[in-house]
Design a protein around this ligand. Structure first.
Ligand code: FES
Length: 168
């Protein structure tokens, strides 16, 4: 079983197909961008003009939405993305320290940093009672520590059959 998502390679034609029905509905920009990210894993720069054209909006409008929402990515995700909860309940039980320790671990191990993308902070994973919480790929960890995160990354890496140096 693969726990991390597989995404399609960017294709403007496929993107056009995905957003065409959404673009005809009210307030479509955010939903078009989300649909593109859902399929391709991120919103490439080329998608901005496409969404603007389809939604009858300016590129600046689309860019504004794209940069406003932290969950929208403009770069392909790491092979095994790590997201540490930066919300209050987790911070109260060591979330800040975990973030610092994880950053140090990634600074010390470039391969780990590339594989996981370092840390993409997230605000509440719905696992507040077991904080600090982390999302490793699609796996939710409670009482997260650097050791537990590294172990989860290792397991996912094995399941995905990733080799040394693989990023995606
Ligand atoms: S505050 Fe961290 S999971 Fe809710």
């Amino acid at each position: 079983m693969t726990l991390t998502r597989e995404y399609s390679a960017w294709s403007p034609d496929e993107a056009e197909e995905i957003i065409a029905p959404i673009a005809r509905t009210p307030g479509p920009i955010l939903r078009c961008l989300q649909a593109i990210q859902e399929r391709f894993g991120y919103v490439p720069a080329d998608a901005v003009a496409l969404v603007a054209q389809r939604c009858n909006a300016t590129r600046a409008d689309v860019h504004g939405v794209l940069t406003y929402y932290a969950d929208l990515r403009t770069q392909p995700p790491a092979a095994i993305p790590v997201r540490l909860c930066a919300a209050e309940a987790c911070q109260a039980v060591g979330g800040r320290e975990l973030q610092r320790e994880w950053e140090q671990a990634c600074e010390a191990d470039q391969r780990l940093a590339e594989l996981t993308g370092g840390n993409e902070p997230v605000f509440c994973l719905g696992n507040c009672a077991l904080g600090p919480a982390a999302l490793v790929g699609d796996r939710l960890l409670g009482h997260a520590s650097v050791e537990r995160i590294e172990a989860a990354v290792g397991r996912l890496r094995e399941q995905q059959g990733l080799q040394e140096g693989d990023r995606s």
